[in-house]
Design a protein around this ligand. Sequence first.
Ligand code: NDP
Length: 291
Amino acid sequence: MEQKTYTGQPVITLNNGVNIPALGFGVWQMEDLNECENAVLTAIETGYRMIDTASIYQNETAVGKAIRNSGIDRDDLFVTSKLWVQDTTYEKTKAAFQRTLDRLALDYLDMYLIHWPYSDFNGAWKAMEELYQEGKIKAIGVCNFTIKKMDELKANASVPPVINQIELHPLFQQKELQEYNRENNIITQPWSPLGNGNAGLLDNEELKKIASAYHKTVAQVILRWHLQEGFCVIPKSVTPSRIAENFNVFDFELTEADMNTVRSLDTGKRLFFDPEDPAWEEKMLNAVADI
Ligand code: NDP
């Protein structure tokens, strides 16, 4: 297939030569399938071309419907989904991938990610490499991998991961992992880029000052910061005005001083789950998910 270009919007070229739109649309916590379908349709109509779902979000059918109803050619979209923890083994990965494709009603994925670095992720990666070689996935990557887990995966892999999707926003920046990803030619893809709507972040006084200087909102300043850091960013919203607001970030540029102000907001504290927390790992491994 010819390289996709996503005319009119910035792209990032992954380490295997595949282009991904730099700004996409996340759909976690869209449990209401009608709401999800409407939000994805609004996003595509707004101009978003990259959608980030996961089998555990249980909304792949709604995402697939929105894609079909959008009237946009499948090959002009970048669709990502994720392999859930209970399926993270060599034996289970291909069937889980096929269920994802069936729910989306697609015949290939642009990107497939291991959702958490648990269970037999090396075995799962091998199965994903085979699907990649067969052309059923255009790029393969991971989420929530620490440096240690990434080193282990890379030591066993023949295809290197293109992306590591991790919790990252101004309050929690993971600078060491960012640097590791850069050195290893892996794109950092922040999840919860707006801190999941965290009030402490969106009401931050320093960010408000920066936002007013550019006649932009705090959310737009944060997204612009992500883009200028070279991240591939996936804000989520079910609100049409915010869906538009979050995409309207390509007409201004933060100065290096403002970039540094945002960098200085790092607290080093996660808002969410720690991949190294044994209690979280245990919970995920025992979670019953009929997906
Ligand atoms: P975000 O950081 O994008 O924040 C979403 C929240 O912020 C929602 O409550 C939304 O409200 C609100 N919001 C969005 N835009 C604005 C705005 N302009 N002004 C004010 N509030 C706003 O959230 P997510 O936590 O959803 O992360 C993004 C995506 O990352 C997910 O959807 C998912 O695809 C991915 N992800 C991946 C994980 C992983 O383990 N790999 C884990 C978590 C997320 P509303 O919708 O009501 O408008």
